[in-house]
Write a protein that binds this ligand. Structure first.
Ligand code: HEM
Length: 428
């Protein structure tokens, strides 16, 4: 029997709970040529350099491996690290564009999300995030067993991204099913045709939902991000209709799945390191470096696929020829001993933790400040209020995706819930 190749091993579900020994093996050869002619890059220095290399394209229409896999622009789930939703033929988002178009569309969206024009958008949500977490933990009172995914890690980011974008409460039920289908379509156990079909169906539903929402916000704008993008005529003009629908979906889905995994991977790691959980309980500020360490040690996004070399590129003695496709294995780079001392040890207060959890270069995660704040609040409140927590299954069951990796459920037995502090407002 032939040995499975490196990519087949990454897809192999039996490696999902602990892919790190496989990654260590892969790092022995920084660049691996796969049988389909594409490449896999697994060491820190090489990944970091390619993330910043202008000879590398994120444009999926140029990528031979994406074409072979039938992944088209805007395909839900597979377009990039955040699984932009959509359907075949849909306008691409800045995630899969190159400069200068990428930069322009990213600026048009960032104008309403962060500095320099809207510096308060994320910080302004902190109190609301605390209220949401307080309410979710209050709801656990009287229970002996919780599912951290369903009870905390999923509802927090979903509520936050919906409120940020101006998605009406209750609509979440409508699109959760399509988002799930789009993400299931990345399940490597499905044949490519079924994957494509599922993506297309879910993408079409999501797209028409977002078109409706954009139209509603245009008719009666609120103070949310979607209204701001729909109504603004900044110095660079207005975001066109199709682009706005695609960007709205990108943010909705990116805001969903990645942060869920950061919080669940975080709780799992803390339960495996009870002393660190104890330290966080005593010092909530520790959540700040701890979340960075989690983004290195158990990152929610394991790789970025479908990069294309625009020229011959020498990487650690191997030439990636012009026109080839390659994948950057961020999670392997994060544990490269040439970059990080004791990389397999969880050390929340590491200094100089320059991880690859949010990617890097021009596509560095747009939502990073939001995701960081949500995870810091969720983890510090979990540590402070949940008493005598015990993991039920170790390892827990994992979602199928090797790409957006995290537990599907995280059952935890709990002794009780500590009261909220007197300053905490009742959630609305
Ligand atoms: C822990 C949570 C998150 C992680 C680990 C994460 C990870 C990443 C990574 C690795 C990239 C780079 C993709 C590439 O180079 O192709 C990226 C890009 C992006 N992320 Fe996130 N993300 C997270 C949360 C979010 C949230 C909450 C949002 C939205 C509010 C968001 C929006 C985006 C967007 C729009 C891009 C594309 C940026 C560009 O192409 O310029 N992400 N993210």
């Amino acid at each position: 029997m032939t040995q499975p190749n490196a990519w087949e091993q990454i897809l192999d579900y039996s490696n999902r709970a602990n892919p790190y020994p496989l990654y260590a093996e892969l790092r022995r050869t920084p660049v691996t040529l796969l049988p389909d002619g594409s490449y896999l890059v697994s060491t820190y220095a090489e990944i970091a350099s390619l993330l910043h290399d202008p000879r590398v394209s994120s444009d999926i229409t140029r990528n031979p491996a994406a074409a072979a896999a039938g992944v088209t622009v805007g395909d839900g789930g597979a377009e990039g690290a955040d699984g932009a939703g959509g359907g075949p033929g849909m306008t691409p988002t800045f995630l899969s564009m190159d400069p200068p178009d990428h930069d322009r569309f990213r600026r048009l969206a960032m104008r309403h999300f962060g500095p320099p024009r809207t510096p308060g958008r994320v910080a302004g949500m902190e109190a609301r995030m605390r209220d949401i977490v307080t309410g979710l933990i209050d709801d656990m009172a009287g229970r002996r067993r919780i599912d951290v995914v369903e009870d905390l890690a999923y509802p927090l980011p979903v509520t936050v991204i919906c409120e940020l974008l101006g998605v009406p409460p209750g609509d979440e039920q409508r699109f959760r099913i399509w988002v799930d289908i789009a993400l299931q379509s990345t399940d490597p156990r499905l044949d490519p045709e079924t994957q494509q079909k599922k993506r297309a169906e879910a993408g079409a539903e999501l797209r028409s939902y977002m078109e409706e929402l954009v139209e509603a916000h245009r008719q009666s704008p609120g103070t949310d991000l979607l209204s701001a993008m729909a109504a603004d005529d900044g110095p660079e003009g207005r975001m066109e209709g199709d682009q706005l629908v695609s960007t709205g979906l990108l943010l909705l889905i990116a805001g969903h799945e990645t942060t869920v995994n950061l919080i669940s991977n975080g709780v799992l790691t803390l339960l495996r390191h009870p002393r660190e959980l104890e330290r966080l309980r005593d010092d909530p500020e520790l959540a700040i470096p701890m979340v960075e360490e989690l983004l290195r040690y158990e990152p929610p996004v394991h790789f970025v696929p479908f990069r294309t070399a625009l020229d011959d590129i020498d990487v650690a003695g191997t030439t990636i020829p012009a026109g080839s496709s390659f994948t950057l294995l961020l999670a392997a780079g994060n544990r490269d001993p040439a970059h990080t001392d004791d990389p397999d040890v969880f050390i929340p207060d590491r200094r100089n933790n320059q991880h690859l959890g949010f990617g890097g270069g021009v596509h560095l995660c747009f939502g990073a400040p939001l995701a960081r704040l949500e995870a810091q609040i969720a983890l510090s409140e979990f540590a402070r209020r949940i008493e005598n927590s015990q993991l039920v299954d170790d390892p827990p069951p994992y979602r199928p995706s090797p790409f957006l990796r995290g537990p599907s459920h995280l059952l935890v037995d709990i002794g009780g819930i500590a009261p909220r502090t007197s300053g905490q407002a009742a959630p609305t």
